[in-house]
Design a protein around this ligand. Structure first.
Ligand code: PLP
Length: 381
């Protein structure tokens, strides 16, 4: 069967190439050029955070956060097992242990009521993941962190243009990490950003990101030479990549709205199946404003999901399952442990199937996908 509808098509708005050419003409294609500055300022204004530093990926933004928090061998970080590997990798690279807790079945986010019990005298940070751009229970998480003097690093890879109680995702914790990978709502191919809430971290962040030097200050004319100040690495994307992203940031509202229209269309068309109890649809708490990053359905079990997946593929549609829980993966066994009972992580992950959703997906294509899902369930009865 020929593929008619891919799972994802990277967003492209039309101005990307023009801006990339401009970056080349500027003769400033390394990091922290004019487009990088524009992107950072745009994100700072949109999220109302103290500072945004563009990075080559969300993974590296999280690594930068772990370096800034001086996470060391023997430390522990609490996170969900139902997430992408990067949330754990960044801390494990520093020698920390990943302590996984269960998720809530409604949002697939970390269950905030289980965090406190997982805290030990080695715990240094909590890393909530805003799955599908739907905010975790940040009030409760920040309260626990405050009480136990823990840092919070938000994996907001999927969270740009989304908020919790009116505040942008990624701006609650000490650090927030965005991704601009081609699978995300706004993209530069590979890319990310570190959001810094507390101004006291800005100078260190700039230094670690610039190979341990104060080159950022030098560029602003604040020092006459730049020198090696601290350990560091290179966490700067090229200005050509930033130029590509800037074209999409300018149209961020439009891109989000287009995705939201398709998301709402899926929801409306599949609601009858949910009301009959055949499938479950995503749940969005009333105080969360999401960004239509993902539309998923939950089937009865793994067997039904596999059958639906095969059925849709037979109709030329590419759906996608999602994370294999980290605690069950080889590296998860080595670098982590699950605290408490795995009541929902494995079970819910096995039921979840993501439907195609991207900027250029049309209403007709969305209707076709939803119709095929309905056809599958009509067959089943
Ligand atoms: C995409 C994603 C990442 C990784 O982002 P990169 O920019 O590819 O490093 C991390 N965490 C989550 C939850 C993601 O969805």
């Amino acid at each position: 069967m020929e593929i008619k509808i891919n799972f994802n098509v990277p967003p492209y708005t039309g101005k990307e190439m023009e801006y990339m050419k401009e970056a080349v003409r500027n003769q400033k294609i390394c990091g922290d050029g004019p487009f990088t500055r524009k992107c950072s300022q745009w994100i700072e204004a949109q999220t109302k955070t103290a500072r945004c530093l563009l990075t080559p990926s969300c993974t590296q933004a999280t690594e930068l956060a772990a370096l800034l928090l001086d996470i060391k061998e023997g430390d522990e970080v609490i996170l969900p097992s139902y997430t992408f590997v990067s949330t754990a990798d960044a801390f494990v690279l520093r020698g920390a242990k990943a302590v996984f807790v269960d998720i809530r079945p409604d949002t697939m986010n970390i269950d905030e009521t289980l965090i406190e019990d997982a805290i030990t005298d080695k715990t240094r940070a909590i890393a909530p993941v805003h799955y599908a751009g739907v905010g975790c229970e940040m009030d409760a998480i920040m309260e626990i962190a405050g009480k136990h003097h823990l840092a919070v690093v938000e994996d907001a890879a999927q969270g740009i243009m989304a908020s919790y109680k009116g505040k942008a995702l990624g701006t609650f914790g000490e650090f927030g990490c965005f991704s601009f990978h081609e699978t995300k709502n706004l993209s530069m191919g590979e890319g990310g950003a570190l959001l810094i809430r507390d101004e006291n971290y800005i100078e260190d962040a700039e230094i670690i990101r610039e190979k341990g030097t104060d080159r950022s200050k030098y560029h602003r004319g604040q020092v006459d030479k730049y020198r090696w100040q601290n350990y560091g690495s290179s966490y700067l994307p090229s200005d050509m990549n930033a130029a590509y992203l800037y074209a999409q940031l300018e149209l961020a509202e439009e891109i989000t709205k287009a995705r939201m229209d398709r998301w709402n269309q899926y929801r409306e068309m599949l609601l009858p199946l949910a009301e009959e109890g055949r499938i479950e649809l995503p749940y969005i708490p009333s105080y969360c404003s999401h960004n239509a990053h993902m539309f998923y359905i939950k089937t009865k079990d793994l067997e039904e999901r596999s059958a639906l997946d095969a059925f849709l593929k037979g109709k030329g549609i590419l759906p996608a399952s999602h994370y294999v829980p980290l605690h069950s993966a080889p590296a998860g066994l080595k670098f982590g442990r699950f605290h408490g009972e795995d009541k929902y992580t494995t079970k819910e992950s096995e039921r979840l199937l993501r439907l195609p959703l991207y900027y250029e997906l049309t209403a007709d294509e969305t209707e076709y996908v939803a119709e095929q899902v309905k056809t599958f369930y009509r067959q089943e009865t």
